[in-house]
Design a protein around this ligand. Structure first.
Ligand SMILES: Cc1cc2nc3c(=O)[nH]c(=O)nc-3n(C[C@H](O)[C@H](O)[C@H](O)COP(=O)(O)OP(=O)(O)OC[C@H]3O[C@@H](n4cnc5c(N)ncnc54)[C@H](O)[C@@H]3O)c2cc1C
Length: 457
C-alpha cells in the first residue's frame, strides 16, 4: 500500500508546524512556499550588515504549543523568557510604574503590583477586583461573549475609561491588535484567563534574541529537511483542484503536483484565490485586517537599561532593546512597536521617524544626547485579522467540506488570537486531521472523488 503524500501550501508557522508534525508521523510531506524563505509573517531584512525584524514578536509562557514548536526546532536557546513577569511602564514625565507578579498563586500573584499601580486612582485600583472576579466567572465557550466589545463589558463591570486606557489596553492592544473598545469580549477574556488568571507564570514574557529569520526560517528549514520534508521555495501555488482519480492537483507556476491530501496554510485571501474558500462568502474581507508598524532606531550610545517597556502618555506603546539581535556592536538598537496602527500605517517614513524619535527622547532623556545613526520602518498592513465582535463565528475550522483538503493558519478557529501560538496550534491540528483522514482511507490516499467538488461552505 503506498503511503499518503501530503502537500502543505504556505511556509508560515502554521505550514511549518503542519509539515513537521506529518513528517514526524512518517508521512511523505512537501511544503510549498512562494517566497525564497520560510517563516511567513515573521521575517527579517538585512540593512548595512544589521538585521531588522518585520515586527517585534513576543509570546507568553502560556503559549505551550509555540514553545513545544521552538523545542522541536532546537531553538529554545534563541529565546529569552522572563523568570517572572516584569513590565516597566514609563511616561514622559519620568514616572516609572510596573506590572509584575509575585510568587503567590493566580490571581493573587498580580495583587500587590496592581494595588501599587501608580497610573490609576485608588478607587480605580479597588474596582479592578470586580472585573477580575467577573472575568474568572465567564464561560469562555458561551457564544454571546463574541457579540460585545471588551470595552463595553469592562465599563459594565465598573472600569473607568482611564483604567481601560492605562491598564487593560496595555495588554489587549498588543495581544489582539485592536483596542479594548474594538475587541471581541470572547478573545479578550481568553487572553486574560489563560495568560493572567489560571496560572501565576502564564504571562511571563518571552521573545527572540536572534533575528526572526533565524529563529523560524533557518531553524525550520534545517529541521524540516532532517525530518524528510521536501521544501519547495519560490513556488507559488495558483490553485488546488480535486482529481477524478482521487487526491488533488496542486498547480504551481512551474509544474503540477499530485497529492493525496492538501493543507492550505496561506492567508485567507490567498485561500480564496486558490479556490479553497468559497469566494462568494467574502470571508477574507469579513475577517478584516489590522496593521502593525515597527520603527527601529540605531543609536550611537546606550540610552536605556530596560530590555522592554510599555509607555503611557506617549505615541510609543512599547519599545524593545534589539541591540544584540540586530547585530549592533556599539550603541543601542531600539524598536518601537505600534499595534492597532491604523493611524500610522499610511504615514511616510520622513514623517514617522522624527515624530517617534522625539517621542523616544521625551521618554528616555539620555536619547536627547544620542546620535540617530539609522532608522528603519516596517509596515505590515494585514498583520492580523480584526478581532472585533463576531470574529469567532467567522473563523473556519481546519476541516473543509472537501475530504482530504484542510486549512491552517492563525485565522482558523483555534480559540486563540492571531498569534504565533494560534498559527502553530492550527498547523498541528490540521496535521492531526490528515492523520485521521489517512487512517480512514486505509493509508492508500484513494477515496471517492465525487465528494471533492466545491469549496468550503
Ligand atoms: C508585525 C507583526 C507583529 C506580530 N507580533 C506578534 C507577537 O508579538 N506575538 C504573536 O504571537 N504573534 C504576532 N504576530 C502574528 C504572527 O506573526 C502570525 O499570527 C503568524 O506568524 C501567522 O502565521 P501563519 O502561518 O498563520 O500565516 P503566514 O505567516 O501568513 O504564512 C502564510 C504563508 O503562505 C505563503 N503563501 C501565500 N500565498 C502562497 C501561494 N500562492 N503559494 C505558496 N505559498 C504562499 C506566504 O508567503 C506565507 O509564508 C505579529 C504579526 C506581525 C505581522
Amino acid at each position: 500500500m503506498k503511503s499518503t503524500r501530503v502537500g502543505v501550501v504556505g511556509g508560515g508557522l502554521a505550514g511549518i508546524a503542519a509539515a513537521l508534525t506529518l513528517a514526524d508521523a512518517g508521512v511523505d510531506a512537501t511544503l510549498l512556499e512562494r517566497r525564497p524563505r520560510l517563516g511567513g509573517l515573521t521575517s527579517s531584512i538585512e540593512r548595512d550588515g544589521l538585521s531588522f525584524d518585520n515586527g517585534q514578536h513576543v509570546f507568553l509562557k502560556c503559549c505551550s504549543a509555540y514553545q513545544a514548536f521552538l523545542e522541536r526546532l532546537g531553538a529554545m536557546e534563541q529565546v529569552c523568557i522572563q523568570p517572572r513577569l516584569d513590565m516597566p511602564v514609563l511616561t514622559p514625565s519620568g514616572t516609572l510604574g510596573s506590572i509584575t507578579r509575585s510568587r503567590l498563586p493566580a490571581p493573587l500573584h498580580l495583587a500587590s503590583s496592581l494595588a501599587r499601580y501608580r497610573y490609576l486612582s485608588i478607587k480605580d485600583r479597588i474596582r479592578l477586583v470586580r472585573a477580575v472576579v467577573a472575568l474568572r466567572r465567564l464561560n469562555l465557550i458561551d457564544p454571546s461573549l463574541d457579540t460585545v466589545t471588551f470595552g463595553d463589558w469592562l465599563r459594565q463591570h465598573g472600569q473607568s475609561q482611564r483604567a481601560i486606557d492605562r491598564l487593560w489596553n496595555l495588554i489587549i492592544q498588543p495581544t489582539l491588535n485592536v483596542t479594548a473598545d474594538q475587541s471581541s469580549l470572547a478573545l479578550a477574556a481568553q487572553v486574560f484567563r489563560v495568560g493572567f488568571l489560571e496560572r501565576s507564570n502564564g504571562a511571563d514574557v518571552g521573545w527572540s534574541v536572534v533575528p526572526l529569520a533565524t529563529l523560524h526560517g533557518t531553524n525550520a528549514e534545517r529541521t524540516l529537511r532532517e525530518a524528510g520534508v521536501k521544501i519547495l521555495l519560490n513556488t507559488s501555488v495558483n490553485s488546488v483542484t480535486p482529481r477524478s482519480s482521487g487526491g488533488f492537483t496542486v498547480h504551481t507556476r512551474g509544474e503540477d503536483l499530485a497529492f493525496d491530501a492538501v493543507i492550505v496554510s496561506t492567508a485567507p485571501r490567498v485561500a480564496e484565490t486558490l479556490g479553497v474558500l468559497a469566494s462568494e462568502r467574502h470571508l477574507a474581507e469579513r475577517l478584516g485586517a489590522s496593521p502593525i508598524v515597527n520603527i527601529h532606531f540605531v543609536l550611537d550610545r546606550k540610552v536605556t537599561n530596560h530590555s522592554m517597556a510599555a509607555c503611557l502618555d506617549s505615541p510609543i506603546e512599547f519599545f524593545f532593546d534589539r541591540t544584540d539581535a540586530s547585530g549592533v556592536t556599539s550603541g543601542q538598537c531600539l524598536v518601537i512597536s505600534l499595534s492597532a496602527a491604523d493611524r500610522y500605517i499610511g504615514i511616510g517614513t520622513s514623517e514617522l521617524v522624527p515624530m517617534f524619535f522625539d517621542a523616544l527622547c521625551e521618554l528616555l532623556p539620555r536619547a536627547r544626547d544620542a546620535e540617530l545613526l539609522s532608522a528603519v520602518v516596517m509596515r505590515e498592513h494585514a498583520a492580523t485579522f480584526r478581532a472585533t465582535p463576531g470574529i469567532e463565528s467567522l473563523r473556519p475550522s481546519t476541516t473543509t467540506a472537501v475530504p482530504g483538503l484542510f486549512l491552517a493558519g492563525a485565522w482558523c478557529k483555534t480559540g486563540w488570537p492571531a498569534t504565533m501560538e494560534g498559527a502553530v496550534r492550527s498547523g498541528n491540528e490540521a496535521a492531526a486531521k490528515v492523520l485521521d483522514f489517512r487512517s480512514d482511507s486505509g493509508d492508500s490516499g484513494s477515496q471517492d472523488a465525487t465528494h471533492r467538488e466545491g469549496a468550503v461552505s
